[in-house]
Design a protein. Structure first.
Lengths: 141, 185
C-alpha cells in the first residue's frame, strides 16, 4: 500500500483523525508527532501583557487626544485674537482714517513688544491648560 | 457580545472606555504577533502600545472590508516588521526562501527538552526560523487565522502561505522526532 505523504498526514492531524487502522507504524508515529506539534503550536506563551495594559493604552491615547485638542484650541485663540485686532483696525479706519494712519505709523515702533505680548499670553495659556490637563489625568489614574 | 461596528462607532465619537474594551478584546492577538516576531531587547509591552495607538489613529479609515481582527493583526505585523528591520538583524533577504536549506543552530535547544515542555521547545525552534515562517505559524496556529486571512494580513499569496506552513511544520516535526529519539523519550 502507498505510504501517506507528509501533506496528507498534516491534513489528517489537523482534522484530529487518529483512528485510522490502515496506518503503518511509521505513519502512526508521524501522525502522533504532528498532533503533538500542533498542540504545542497552539499553546499560549507563558509571558503576557500586564492586567492593566488596556487601561494604560487608553490613558496614553486620551492624553494624546487632549494635547491635540488643546493645540487646536490655542491656534483658534490666536486666530480669533488676530481677527479682532484686524477688525478693530478696520473699524478705526472707517470712523477716523487719520487716527488709523497714525496707528499705522506708530505700530512699527511697537511691533516687537506687541509680538512678545501675544507670544507670552499664548505660551502662558498653553502651559496652564497643559498643567491642568496633567493634573486631571493623574486624578483619573 | 463584542459588536465591532458599535465599538468602532463609539470610539470615533471619542468614547475612550470603548477603546479600552477594544484593546482588551485584541491585546492577546497583538501580543502573540509581537512576541513571536520581535526579538532582541525591545520592550514588547511598549510595542503593543504602539500598535494600539496606530489602531486608534487610523480607525477612521477602517471601512469594514475585512474583519477588525484582521486589520489589527496587519498593523501589528507591519509594526513588528518595522522593529525587526530597525534591528537589522532579521532582514528578509538574509534568509533562504527554502526552509529545507535553512540551518538551525547547533546550540542544541534539545538539551533543554528533558527539563522543559515541548511547547517551550517548539518556541525555541520557531525563534530560529525566518520571519515569514514565524509569521504564518503564529497567525495560523496561535491566532487561528485562515490562510486567506493571512494573505490579507501579510500580503504573502495564499499558496505561498500554505507552502510555508507545510514546510515549517514538516521541518519542526522532523526536529521534534529526531530529538525525541536522541533523548530516548
Amino acid at each position: 500500500m502507498k505510504e501517506m505523504s507528509d501533506e496528507e498526514l498534516q491534513y489528517l492531524a489537523e482534522k484530529g483523525g487518529l483512528n485510522n487502522n490502515n496506518l503503518s507504524l511509521k505513519e502512526e508515529q508521524d501522525l502522533l508527532a504532528y498532533q503533538s506539534l500542533f498542540k504545542s503550536l497552539q499553546t499560549e506563551p507563558a509571558e503576557g501583557l500586564p492586567f492593566s495594559f488596556a487601561a494604560n493604552v487608553r490613558r496614553a491615547v486620551q492624553q494624546q487626544a487632549a494635547l491635540k485638542g488643546d493645540l487646536k484650541f490655542q491656534f483658534i485663540l490666536l486666530f480669533i485674537f488676530t481677527g479682532i485686532l484686524a477688525a478693530a483696525f478696520g473699524l478705526l479706519h472707517l470712523v477716523s482714517p487719520a487716527a488709523a494712519d497714525q496707528v499705522t505709523s506708530i505700530s512699527p515702533k511697537f511691533k516687537w513688544s506687541a509680538g512678545l505680548a501675544v507670544l507670552v499670553f499664548w505660551c502662558l495659556n498653553f502651559f496652564t491648560t497643559g498643567f491642568e490637563q496633567k493634573n486631571t489625568m493623574s486624578k483619573l489614574q | 457580545m463584542f459588536d465591532e461596528k458599535e465599538i468602532v462607532k463609539r470610539i470615533l465619537k471619542d468614547d475612550f472606555r470603548a477603546f479600552e474594551l477594544l484593546v482588551k478584546q485584541y491585546e492577546k492577538l497583538v501580543f502573540y504577533v509581537i512576541h513571536r516576531l520581535v526579538q532582541g531587547q525591545h520592550n514588547k509591552e511598549d510595542i503593543c502600545q504602539d500598535v494600539f495607538i496606530k489602531v486608534y489613529q487610523n480607525l477612521g479609515k477602517f471601512q469594514f472590508q475585512s474583519k477588525l481582527s484582521t486589520w489589527i493583526a496587519r498593523i501589528a505585523y507591519l509594526t513588528a516588521v518595522d522593529y525587526t528591520r530597525k534591528d537589522k538583524k532579521e532582514l528578509f533577504s538574509e534568509y533562504p526562501d527554502d526552509i529545507d536549506r535553512y540551518h538551525f543552530t547547533d546550540e542544541n535547544p534539545e538539551e533543554g527538552l528533558i527539563q522543559k515542555d515541548s511547547a517551550a521547545y517548539i518556541n525555541q525552534i520557531i525563534e530560529q526560523m525566518p520571519i515569514q515562517y514565524k509569521t504564518v505559524i503564529t497567525l495560523y496556529h496561535l491566532n487561528e487565522f485562515s490562510c486567506a486571512e493571512i494573505q490579507d494580513i501579510t500580503g504573502i499569496p495564499e499558496g505561498t502561505v500554505k507552502s510555508y506552513l507545510f514546510r515549517a511544520r514538516k521541518q519542526m516535526k522532523e526536529m521534534l522526532q529526531k530529538d525525541i529519539n536522541k533523548n530516548g523519550l
